[in-house]
Design a protein around this ligand. Sequence first.
Ligand code: ADP
Ligand code: MG
Length: 525
Amino acid sequence: MKNFADFGLEPRVLQAITELGFEEATPIQSQSIPIALTGKDMIGQAQTGTGKTAAFGLPLIHKIAKEEERIVALIMTPTRELAIQVAEEIGKLSRFKGIRSLAIYGGQDIGRQIRALKRKPQIIIGTPGRLLDHINRKTIRLDDVQTVVLDEADEMLDMGFMEDIQSILKLVPEERQTLLFSATMPANIQKLASQFLKEPEHVSVIPKHVSAPLIDQAYIEVPERQKFEALSRLLDMESPELAIVFGRTKRRVDELAEALQKRGYSADGLHGDLSQHQRDTVMRKFRDGSIDVLVATDVAARGLDVSGVTHVVNFDLPQDPESYVHRIGRTGRAGKEGTAWSFVTPREMDHLYFIERVTRHRIPRKPLPTIAEAIEGKQRIIAERLIEVIDQGELTEYKGLAIQLLEQYDSVQLLAAAMKIMTGDKKEASDIHLTPEDPIRAKRRKPDIRSGRKPSGGYGGRSNSGGGYRRDGGSGGNRGGYSKGGYNRDGNRDGGGYNRDRNSSGDRKPRSYNNDRRPNRGGDE
Ligand code: ADP
Ligand code: MG
């Protein structure tokens, strides 16, 4: 099962998926959604960025009645940032159905949360500490919860939430569905699962190692909003004969193709929503060179066999390493040279490292092409074209005028003016707006590993384990200084508390996590 329409989700849920531009289900979604819909318990193992939120969120939203006024679903996440992110995604997925969800996390004014709870959300997304706070204040009751999701369970245990999770789960009716998601399956996760899950189905989408073909690869770190400018400069600098630009969603492909056309490139888009006829037309134009930039989604590019593709650009990073390998394999075919560029937003750097680890290939970093490089690239092409035309001859009918002009003007100036016309003035970027795509969020790792990456640094220094995606930590439950016993704490623990906890545990340094994962929303700490 790959297509969202195959899951039997109700139309208002499908509408949200369409709106978000998801073209097909990711592997974890394909496997989890049918199980989750049956009501069975489930353990899902998958990396970050594989679409787990929709994997558990869609069945939830499908099942919950709009009229429901009780809390019927509880999602636990390790950190405030994740609670916010999951809540945002759930919000988008439930937009058309009108399901109410609420994020509950430490560090935010509890009074504000209590007021929000009066709107009777059906789904609560919370961090364990603050959830217990509300439970003790009786502002949240779990008596009617039918589904519990433990998101990033290994991370929660690493942070020492085992007892909190146990206390919470004991308050949820036995008659319920429990879904547990985790990137790794250490013993303490298995213990938790055996305690609280009933005959769970296991689903695992651990990526297998794939090797990247020998294609010249590079990445450019670029903020989301500068990607289009980066693409124009790259296309100008490299002037590809044929390029495929990959976007993550159908919306992205449409917007990007249109933006490129506006800027004067001969580009067109390809995605799964086009009719066969439209697809054929685009492909024919691409093959015969009447368009030289093809913007495509993964799905559309699957099985695409075009020779002579000189460049692949990952405008958005792909979700998984296999797609990465597949995408870049569109170029460099039949022994020809190919170049693959990837745009990586600052928040996606860890995802890039993950791709590197799985593909066992280090992708060098290159700077954003400068305007001067872009201009130079364009001029080089013009010069090549001029020389080609001279070689072809047949210029007689232009010669009379050329001689006349040369009598009045300087030859260098004349030629420069002609080249300026040929270069064509690309329109300003001001009229171009692309809907931003959310970054793919990779697993956090120790800050010292993250910041240890230098453009020229060795590979080994920053990859914390050989093959898999296993992270450090793992021993769990070592949050020093945290006093057990009653739950009437200040409730700040798990929100901003991610920082604080890491501090007090002594063996982890707080640092860039917060900046990295937290959406900009000042003032609530
Ligand atoms: P995870 O929880 O596994 O880390 P998320 O649920 O946060 O992953 O999803 C990562 C990103 O991928 C989000 O921006 C989400 O909107 C997007 N996404 C999820 N499913 C799909 C899909 N089927 N197609 C395209 N993008 C998707
Ligand atoms: Mg997630």
